[in-house]
Ligand binder design. Structure first.
Ligand SMILES: [Zn+2]
Length: 670
């Protein structure tokens, strides 16, 4: 398996100008080796401390003295220091999280109207000065000198043999890996905010779209946000047997014009004009007029995100690119591994087989937008109105749902004592929004379940979401309270908490008392997951290839970036999609809004599916509760080591591919 090349902090790259000279480092190592004996770890700690040490921290002589005086040279000293540091970090992170939960309460929880002061406190980041303060008082240097950083590759390889204490030391070494000036962090926030605003205001007035005959297909007041609403409308158009296909073709044309920016700027968020997206013609009050294209705005926004991130590279010597910060640091899966895994999946023979099934079900040749085919969605046979009647009666208020959490857990197989303990750690609040789960870093602060309950009680949709969020709460409780070392609390990345939330959500009907297995449902669910993963892996690759191109062309203009993104999208399309969906050179995979407002996040989604799938295969009714407790109390190992501990295998596409193969056979033999 291809792994990242180890980026060693000792080699000063061009972007990083190290204040402490190599001579001073060598001399410090020599002096300390003479005093304490030769030790790899010590040398590593010294080099890392040097990489972050600036003039403001002291002279080279101060540096040498600091290292000599603050090095814990025996294991007993090291353990004592570790205990003190992790105790202090637990106090700090716990208090930050408590402050955060309570300061955000007015904006998160239903109550009196939100005032400007609520918004100020809600947006206030209580820990924003933590890194800066810890460098200033030198706690950060003491930490890295004694608990140096390990690369992802080292954690994945050496970590297989580490005991819990060694893992704790390694996680301690992850605490101080950047020293980014506040002004550069602000630039990143500003660029991200510009991306958010751009996407949030990007609506297509569907009622103004016309086909080649001048006919309007969509309701007059329909307004869809790119790209999520466009995609969801496209999915629901499968149900429209009369005009669905033409509507989908029209949405597809809109998407391509957004990607290549030939979309007229004036029609975005504006219902003044009629627009034929296929011919790209516009009319005002029945008269054809020509409007200027959007141009490069989409790619200017993305380019600014790149520039803001690139400026930080010099201050994050352990992860010197945004690609590494997103993958090696954020997901803890290297971009090379992601690429290899996704490419293998996209090339699997199951793609053609599932495509053939879809084509048969649709009764036509596949079209490019069928990457969003959703006809495998296993819809419940119980009408939603009936479910809502049931949940409204069962849960008239949020509080009643909260009181039932103990029962829900026992139904899932948790012992009475465990159900009581876990439910007792979850506080329930009526949400302003659709609902969410909020974790805590403090063992004395409960985790929160926010749910929305209407005047008539909790409807089925609300109940379904609440069950998902409750899954997060269970993870948040176990991975804080049952992990033996505070430095290891939590899960490897967001995919691991989402996986448990989906495990809960999937059982929502069982919990309401609707039993009975439907094997058709399983088959369809597998095919649905397979096709979802097929789609999202492609867009993730376009996102990744775009950033690889940006790093290779750091001085690119927005126009050059636009061409590059379109090319990346075409390449991925032609290789993995055109063979089954046609339309060679389609750029549609670049439509995802995440690429613009939250670059390099997309790859998290396929991993979420894969992890969930592997866990679901592992859980049976008998083992669900005990296995959830065992698996989620492992704490924050790397995703691969966590998964091996969970199910005995690394994260892999094989279980999903095997299950898909089985589902294909089941459905074709019918
Ligand atoms: Zn979730």
């Amino acid at each position: 398996m291809a792994l990242i090349s180890t980026t060693c902090f000792a080699t000063t790259n061009a972007a990083t100008k190290q204040y402490i000279s190599n001579n001073a480092i060598t001399a410090t190592i020599a002096e300390m080796t003479q005093k304490y004996g030769s030790n790899n770890q010590m040398e590593r700690g010294i080099r890392q401390t040097a990489a972050f040490w600036n003039a403001q921290d002291g002279s080279e002589a101060d540096f040498t003295l600091f290292c000599t005086e603050n090095y814990a040279s025996t294991e007993a000293q090291k353990q004592a220091l570790y205990t003190k540091l992790s105790g202090a970090f637990e106090i700090l992170f716990g208090a930050y999280s408590t402050m955060d939960i309570h300061l955000k309460m007015p904006v998160h929880v239903e109550g009196s109207d939100i005032t400007p002061i609520d918004e100020l406190f809600g947006g206030y980041d209580v820990s924003s000065h933590f890194q800066e303060d810890m460098f200033a008082n030198k706690v950060a240097f003491i930490t890295m000198l004694n608990f140096p950083f390990y690369t992802l590759q080292e954690k994945n390889e050496a970590g297989k043999l580490w005991n819990r204490r060694q893992w704790g030391y390694a996680r301690m070494g992850d605490l101080f890996v950047e020293r980014t000036p506040a002004s550069l962090k602000q630039n990143i926030s500003a660029a991200a905010m510009a991306g958010e605003n751009y996407i949030a205001g990007y609506n297509i007035m569907m009622g103004q779209l016309v086909n080649n005959k001048g006919a309007k297909l969509f309701p007059a007041d329909m307004k869809l946000l790119s790209h999520w609403n466009l995609r969801d409308e496209l999915k629901s158009d499968y149900a429209d047997k009369k005009q669905g296909l033409e509507k989908q073709q029209m949405i597809y044309a809109v998407m391509k014009r957004i990607v290549d920016q030939t979309i007229p700027k004036e029609i975005i968020n504006n219902a003044t004009y009629e627009w034929n997206p296929i011919q790209n013609k516009t009319w005002k009050a029945g008269k054809e007029i020509s409007l200027a294209p959007e141009g490069n705005r989409r790619y200017e926004i993305l380019l600014n995100q790149f520039k803001a991130q690139k400026a930080v590279d010099a201050y994050t010597p352990l992860y010197p690119t945004h690609i590494q910060r997103s993958f090696e640091r954020g997901m803890e899966i290297s971009s090379a591994e992601v690429e290899q895994l996704f490419t293998a999946y996209l090339s699997s023979p199951q793609v053609k087989e599932v495509a053939a099934i879809i084509s048969k079900r649709l009764g036509r040749k596949l079209q490019p937008f069928d990457i969003w085919y959703d006809g495998f969605k296993a819809r419940s046979i119980i009408p939603e109105a009936e479910l809502t009647a049931k949940t409204q009666k069962l849960y008239p208020t949020a509080k009643v749902y909260g009181d039932d959490m103990f029962n829900i857990l026992t139904k899932l197989g948790f012992t009475q004592a465990e159900a009581k303990r876990i439910a007792g750690n979850v506080a329930i609040d009526p949400a302003r929004g659709s609902g969410h789960a909020m974790g805590s870093e403090s063992k004395v602060e409960k985790v929160r379940l926010r749910t929305r309950v209407g005047a008539n009680g909790m409807d089925y949709k609300g109940y379904n979401i609440a069950t998902h969020e409750f899954g997060h709460n269970v993870e948040q409780t176990i991975s804080l309270h049952d992990v033996d070392d505070y430095m290891l609390h939590g899960v490897p990345n967001t995919a691991h908490t989402e996986a448990l939330a989906f495990v809960f959500q999937k059982r929502d009907l069982d919990l309401l008392g609707y039993t009975g297995k439907n094997s058709d449902l399983e088959t369809l669910q597998t095919l649905d997951t397979f096709w979802d993963v097929y789609e999202i892996m492609g867009v993730s690759l376009v996102d990744l290839h775009t950033w690889q191109w940006l790093y290779a062309h750091p001085d690119a203009t927005a126009t050059e970036l636009k061409d590059a993104v379109v090319n990346c999208a075409k390449e991925v399309w032609n290789r993995f999609y055109a063979p089954v969906l046609g339309d060679k050179d389609s750029p549609v995979l670049a439509i995802y809004s995440h690429m613009i407002n939250d670059p390099l996040y997309l790859s998290n989604y396929p991993f979420g599916f894969l992890i969930q799938f592997q866990l679901e295969q592992h859980f049976t009714k008998e083992t669900l509760a005990t296995e959830i407790e065992r698996i989620y109390s492992q704490g924050r190992l790397t995703p691969q080591i966590w998964m091996t501990g969970a199910v005995g295998k690394e994260i892999s596409t094989q279980p999903l591919l095997d299950a898909t193969e089985k589902a294909i056979k089941t459905i074709t033999n019918k």
